[in-house]
Design a protein around this ligand. Structure first.
Ligand code: NDP
Ligand code: MG
Length: 387
């Protein structure tokens, strides 16, 4: 079980819920980080007294340094600062709750300094799954999934002998636009995309849920975590988000993990594994819920699903490219530079026009492919604007 944790992205949705869990179980916080929200980071630092904090934005870091000058907390800045928080704060476990591929290098560096990882930052595994899982093996550390579906599968797998797994069944709420046709999605607003039926999350993942890119990313994430291929991973729409995912075993027995939709359950399991401790979350009342619904995913409308599956099958740097195009496109959608349906088209275009694939690649290759893809997307669409 973790006892000293460094929380990267502590000011976000997963970060703040991680601190709820830490508060409840008296975990020591050794480092906290943010991109620019220094108001909340200062408050968290004063409550948890970490050895250090880090802020990616240089100007914000300078302001925080002044704000915390009456304390003995060290303030670091930039990407290097986030890496320092992941590696040098004397933690045993790094919770990576950063959004986007910005989480990749800190995760890898933390693994190489012997830290266990509680991973919410799925983009790390999508872009760099091969080198991250290899590093986990080489350095003998543990990587615990925080993403609710992957935590559910991890929980279901406890006690299953090796070789007994037949397939994974990832559940999906369907996001904000379940049941809509492409025509109906033509002019949807940012506000509509950001209203998720079941989960309160950061903006990027909420848009990813609306496009279903999130589930596509999760298929790739699952392939690395559980050593599965695309054909071994099913997606099942389950509107209520009560069953967090399932596994089907060789004898066709299906095991599921259920609970109210509250990320503090998977966050806590990643930090307390293999123990089960009391949780601040609500108990599940199935009689009150009454019924649950299930549907097949709509691959025609939500094309990101097929694009991610295709990228996974092609392998190499294709998932990195899909992820980078999506990050760039979502940022543009949130700045009102492109429309909702453009996101999926941009991801699809990036994957189908990528020609520089490599079967064997380094971290540098991943970062280069990420950068080049973003540059291409921004060159093509960066000057757009809609009122
Ligand atoms: P949020 O946007 O709420 O939080 C992101 C955190 O990362 C914030 O602390 C933010 O700082 C920081 N951050 C943003 N950009 C950078 C950067 N370039 N470098 C360093 N830090 C940065 O996101 P979520 O908490 O929703 O999601 C975090 C990760 O967890 C994502 O990968 C997401 O897919 C995954 N996840 C989230 C779930 C959820 O329920 N929210 C569920 C499952 C997975 P600041 O506040 O200063 O901007
Ligand atoms: Mg998830």
């Amino acid at each position: 079980m973790a006892s000293k944790i460094s929380v990267l992205g502590s000011t976000g949705s997963i970060g703040t819920q991680t601190l709820d869990v830490a508060r409840m179980h008296g975990l020591e916080i050794t480092a906290l980080t943010a991109n620019s929200n220094i108001k909340l980071l200062e408050k968290q630092a004063r409550e948890f007294h970490p050895k250090m904090v880090a802020v990616s934005d240089l100007g914000a870091a300078a302001q925080l340094k002044i704000a915390l000058r009456d304390t003995d907390i060290d303030v670091f800045c930039g990407e290097e600062g986030i890496i320092t928080a992941a590696t040098e704060s004397n933690c045993d476990t790094v919770v990576n709750a950063v959004v986007g591929v910005a989480g990749l290098v800190p995760t890898l560096t933390a693994i190489k300094t012997g830290k266990n990882i509680a991973l919410a930052n799925k983009e790390t595994l999508v872009a760099g799954g091969k080198i991250v899982t290899k590093a986990v093996d080489s350095y003998g550390v543990k990587l615990y999934p925080v993403d609710s579906e992957h935590s559910a599968i991890f929980q279901c797998l406890q006690g299953c002998p090796p070789g007994s797994l037949k397939k994974l069944i990832l559940t999906a709420s369907g996001g904000s636009f379940f049941g809509k046709t492409r025509d109906e999605l033509e002019n949807v607003s940012i506000k509509q995309a950001l209203s998720h039926p079941n989960w309160e999350m950061g903006a990027k993942i909420t848009v990813d849920s609306a496009t279903m890119m999130n589930k596509g990313l999760e298929v790739i994430e699952a392939s690395w975590l559980f050593n599965c291929e695309d054909k071994d991973i099913d997606i099942l729409i389950h509107r209520e988000s009560i069953i967090h995912s399932m596994i089907q075993l060789k004898d066709n027995a299906v095991l599921a993990q259920l609970g109210v939709p509250d990320m503090r359950i998977p966050i806590q399991y990643a930090l307390t594994y293999p123990n089960r401790l009391p949780s601040p979350t609500k108990e599940l009342d199935l009689a009150e819920l009454g019924s649950m619904t299930f549907y097949k995913p709509d691959y025609e409308t939500f094309t990101c699903l097929s694009v991610c599956r295709d990228a996974l099958r092609r392998g190499g740097l294709y998932p990195t490219v899909a992820n980078a195009a999506n990050e760039a496109a979502v940022a543009m959608f949130l700045r009102e530079q492109i429309r909702f349906l453009d996101i999926a088209d941009i991801v699809s275009d990036a994957v189908s026009s990528f020609t520089d694939n490599k079967e064997s690649f380094t971290l540098e290759d991943i970062l280069d492919a990420d950068k080049a893809t973003r540059a291409r997307v921004s060159q093509k669409y960066g000057h757009n604007s809609f009122d």
